[in-house]
Ligand binder design. Structure first.
Ligand code: SF4
Length: 353
């Protein structure tokens, strides 16, 4: 247990001052943890401040509409986090009287709360000695003890969770957890760790073996799939366009988008779009013109999206009535939650519309 006391002392002197630190409010801790999953602090901080101001309690968040929440989340990515956060807020309001459950075993049953987030809330808000294991902790522990079990395997996860749990300081688990995460992020960094000045030099096995760069070990590289999306930006004579809300549990669920045609190839030839079955089912008009007006590459963790935006013009363009598209004024579009990809397109054309 005493192994990590220097890290806790380091944290007390060197931690970055952040609004969710030094609070024991489980709602604010949860909010920060969800926002910071797969997101850098600099990017997540403004979102945390916006959410905490607009929804100061979990009941305020539960009472908001999904559309409002998605709009506030716009640009942060991994949108299922926002949806799960809203569902959990509603559940806590309705089933727990608006009070967060105060033990790990109950927290982990809530939607969007995995072992990491449950341990963070339980330890920081309720002083339960549960170790958190995030990417920073994996990296730091794997280097400190030169553990070569791949961190992206269930065996690796179990081993690191056990090591972290053995090390936890039961007197102050919240402080302990925050200290290790901060140390991993600021000193034992992914690239160019600060070994030359590190307070853990004497204990660090990978440093002694001169193998710091070989840890943490990973088994698989993420396979990235290419996708080719063709968005149809329809501009009617009255400056209106068509959008719909995604409802497929996939990426960007609950966000709004233009009609989109996915193809197996990247193309700048409008014939490929016009001949696609989706296009034929959308439009009955015979004389439609397509102009490629914007292209963008969008990187997600498992997908690279090559997007083409086609401006659709012609006389009396209408989308088939048996679809779920709604016609809106083009100027209204910024009031809807949309993926960042569409935001980029709109920024490129809106002044000209
Ligand atoms: Fe990490 Fe280097 Fe410190 Fe070891 S000596 S804990 S590898 S920063």
């Amino acid at each position: 247990m005493s192994t990590l006391i220097p890290v806790i002392n380091w944290y007390k002197k060197n931690k970055r001052e952040l609004p969710w630190r030094d609070t024991s409010n489980p709602y604010l801790i949860w909010l920060s943890e969800i926002i910071l999953q797969q997101t850098k602090i600099e990017q997540g901080l403004p979102y945390y401040l916006k959410f905490a101001e607009k929804y100061p309690t979990i009941v305020d968040l539960a009472n908001a509409s999904t559309d409002e929440i998605m709009k506030l989340w716009q640009g942060l990515g991994y949108y299922s986090r926002a949806e799960n956060m809203h569902r959990t807020a509603i559940k806590i309001k309705e089933e727990y009287g608006g009070k967060f459950p105060n033990i790990y075993n109950e927290l982990i049953t809530l939607k969007g709360i995995g072992s990491y987030t449950a341990a963070a809330i339980a330890s920081i808000a309720f002083n339960e000695p549960k170790a958190v294991v995030d990417g920073n902790v994996f990296r730091f522990l794997s280097r400190l003890f030169a553990v070569d079990t791949p961190i992206d395997t269930s065996k690796g996860k179990k081993i690191f969770e056990e090591i972290a749990q053995e090390l936890i300081n039961p007197q102050n688990p919240g402080l302990h957890n925050q200290a290790i995460m901060e140390f991993g992020s600021q000193v034992c960094k992914p690239k160019q760790p600060l070994c030359a000045t590190c307070i853990m030099q004497l204990q660090c096995k990978s440093l002694q073996l001169n193998k710091v760069n070989q840890f943490p070990v990973k088994q698989n590289k993420t396979k990235v799939k290419n996708r080719y999306l063709n968005y149809l930006f329809i501009e009617t004579e009255n400056k209106q366009t068509y959008i719909r809300q995604r409802n497929d549990e996939g990426i960007w669920n609950k966000l709004y988008e233009f009609p989109v045609i996915e193809l197996d190839i990247r193309t700048d030839n409008p014939i490929h779009i016009i001949n696609s079955p989706t296009f034929k089912s959308l439009f009955k008009n015979k004389k439609i013109m397509l102009d490629l007006v914007f292209q963008n590459k969008h990187q997600l963790s498992h997908q690279t999206i090559f997007a083409n935006f086609w401006k659709v013009s012609g006389k009396n363009i209408k989308i088939a009535s048996n679809t779920d598209f709604t016609m809106i004024s083009i100027n209204e579009i910024n009031s809807f939650a949309i993926p960042r990809l569409l935001e980029r397109f709109l920024n490129s054309i809106l002044p000209k519309v």
